[in-house]
Design a protein around this ligand. Structure first.
Ligand code: F6R
Length: 241
């Protein structure tokens, strides 16, 4: 695991965008695994800025997102499909046909999860997976549990994740209770991982990530076994170390 220390969120975002930009430059038709949430928003802004400066070309890039809420249409403004278009895809020259988010509306969860795993395989796997981290150590929506998950699956969000995500909804009762997420095996099979962590509320999770015993109770700890995992964290996120 390689740790890059950033002063603050802005520096973290600039560093993460440079890592992704290098990937796109080296392999223009790369497969990027993408995340939503507050952590990567600044990274997407930096990538858009680099695109506007003429430094990056996304025309051949293919993407697979980590997760999606169950029951939200892609047009719902809190769906992750909407987030990706709003914060990134609509601002660069990516072909929307090359972008993928799990379908939260497919009435058959098992079929949808199998479809998503087969899709990732058919793309040749993920070159670079961008991750945030939950305050409880989740990656994607792989919540703390008794085992590490394998492929894409439908999961019930924990109370702490519902609490963390209610800021985006009118009330906690409006936060979807289930999501579909790539599994730990899918994430671990990415050839490179880039995890971004910002803020004091991530400090315990980041401490676990970097120094904790590997345990499904803190899902991020499995990344210690990944051969090419880069962690970019700001001072606040590193404050428990
Ligand atoms: C989002 C995702 C989640 C978030 C995590 C942190 O696609 O998979 O694991 O990365 O919940 O969320 P933020 O960045 O909003 O603190």
């Amino acid at each position: 695991m390689r740790l890059i220390r950033a002063k603050d969120y802005d520096e973290l975002s600039a560093i993460a965008a440079r890592v992704i930009g290098a990937q796109v430059t080296l392999k223009p038709n790369c497969v990027l695994g993408l995340a939503t949430g507050s952590s990567p928003e600044g990274t997407y802004k930096e990538l858009i800025a680099a695109y506007n400066r003429g430094e990056l070309d996304f025309s051949q890039v293919r993407t697979v997102n980590l997760d999606e809420y169950v029951g939200l249409e892609p047009t719902h403004d809190q769906s992750y499909a909407y987030f990706m278009r709003d914060r990134f895809f609509d601002h660069v020259n990516i072909d929307l046909k090359n972008t993928n988010v799990p379908d939260g509306m497919n009435p058959d969860p098992a079929a949808e999860c199998a479809r998503y795993d087969a899709l990732i395989q058919s793309m040749g796997g993920i070159d670079l997976q961008l991750l945030g981290i939950g305050p409880n150590g989740h990656i994607g929506f792989n919540e703390p549990g008794d085992t590490f998950s394998l492929g894409t699956q439908q999961i019930k969000l924990t109370q702490s994740t519902l609490e963390a995500n209610k800021r985006f909804f009118a009330s906690i009762d409006d936060v979807p209770t289930h999501a579909r997420t790539m599994g730990i095996r899918d994430i671990m099979q990415a050839r490179r991982i880039l995890l971004v962590a910002s803020g004091e509320n991530k400090a315990q999770a980041v401490k676990g990530l970097l120094t904790g015993a590997i345990s499904p109770q803190m899902p991020c700890t499995i990344l210690q076994y990944h051969p090419d995992c880069i962690v970019v964290a700001d001072e606040a996120a590193l404050s428990a170390l």
